[in-house]
Ligand binder design. Structure first.
Ligand SMILES: [Mg+2]
Length: 373
């Protein structure tokens, strides 16, 4: 086995422009911030990783500023001098110095896999068992907060064969306005495409129970995380009453959460994200656990750049039990990217890269250009 001793780790915060605003329940963003990680080995290999959040710490408590501090002050020091190829051992070293902080750990773990793939001259999917599929169909998140603008965007995406499935952000207006918004979108899509709604944990159980029938009647095909994380029994009661499948997102970070969701029958599907689980290894573990328990999985996103998108796609190429949907649209939605050759989208699918490592290379000029000063 080769040895790739870690010599240096650099972190850079970049702010990338967006093609359009994006509304979440808690915030609206017009640019996207990332922590870009570069890990350099003594043999001259450079691995890249990233972490990003949905516009600040409202979703999981981590923000790009805290991620950079956590890496620079606590996580990077325990990796320097270690063998980058021993990824599991290095994850345990990071856990020993910092609880939680899954976004920061994921950024480093992605870069370690990029090094390992390059050192062994294989794409990362080979490190997760090999190529089970080369592409996945794309689900696009509509999030302008204006049904007319969202429908125009959907029409453009459908006619350009970018996506035929859609998801919409809810929870930043009154429940009645949300229901009216869903009705307008479903009528506009006119059964030409599916629509899932993501409430980002903003309703309570009573509000959800009251509005479930109308959402289903208007044609919503799945409801994501209507209530706050943690109350698995309430989510189970909602699922029991719902004609639509329930997708859990904020409710599932750890393997323990998967056990609770299974125990209480709280969700039909789990949204997996590489940052909330702490990297590719642990996302793979969650997917395998969910598969063993008979729960479907969905490939969720924090709207990564091509680095995070390529990383998740490497795992998705190997782990085909995550097949409930794929919303890895970040590179299309960003107005500019920071890699030399972006992730490929065609025929309503996203495609995996086959070159060694993640398959994407950092554009150093763009890193300097978009670096936060
Ligand atoms: Mg979500």
């Amino acid at each position: 086995m080769n040895t790739e001793i870690i010599e240096k780790i650099e972190t850079t915060i970049v702010d990338l422009p967006l093609k359009r605003i994006h509304k979440f329940s808690a915030t609206t963003i017009n640019c996207k911030s990332f922590v870009i990680v570069q890990i350099f080995t003594k043999n001259g290999i450079a691995g890249i990783g990233e972490a990003t959040t949905p516009g600040g710490p409202w979703w999981a408590g981590e923000a790009v500023e805290t991620i950079k501090v956590m890496i620079d002050s606590y996580l990077a020091p325990v990796l320097i001098g270690e063998n980058a190829l021993e990824v599991d051992a290095l994850l345990q070293k990071m856990d020993a110095v910092a609880a939680n902080n899954t976004f920061a750990k994921a950024a480093l773990e992605i870069a370690l896999f990029d090094i390992k793939g390059q050192a062994l001259d294989v794409p990362v999917y080979k490190l997760f068992g090999g190529l089970a599929r080369a592409s996945m169909p794309l689900k696009w998140p509509l999030a302008q907060g204006d049904a007319k603008a969202d429908l125009k965007e959907a029409e453009t995406l459908m006619s350009s064969n970018t996506a035929q499935e859609f998801k919409v952000k809810m929870g930043y207006m009154t429940p009645q306005d949300d229901v009216d918004y869903i009705r307008a979108l479903c009528q506009g899509l006119n059964n030409k495409a599916t629509l899932c709604g993501d409430l980002n944990a903003t309703w309570d159980e009573l509000t959800t129970q009251k509005n479930l029938p109308a959402l289903a009647e208007h044609g919503l095909d799945m409801l994501e995380q209507p209530i706050a994380a943690g109350d698995y029994e309430a989510l189970a009661r909602i699922r029991e009453a719902s004609a639509m499948p329930i997708l859990a997102d904020e409710s599932v970070f750890s393997a323990r959460d998967v056990n609770d969701i299974h125990k209480y029958n709280s969700a039909d599907m789990l949204s997996l994200k590489i940052f909330k689980h702490g990297g590719l290894t642990r996302t793979n573990q969650i997917a395998q656990l969910a598969a063993a328990k008979g729960i479907a999985c969905y490939a969720g996103t924090f709207l990564e750049s091509s680095i995070g998108t390529a990383a998740f796609m490497q795992l998705l190429a190997a782990q085909d039990s995550i097949d409930g949907g794929n919303e890895l649209v970040g590179p299309i939605w960003l107005a500019d990217d920071i890699v030399e050759e972006s992730v490929e989208y065609k025929d309503n699918h996203i495609w995996v890269k086959h070159s060694p490592g993640l398959g994407v290379t950092l554009d150093q000029d763009k890193l300097s250009h978009y670096q936060r000063v």
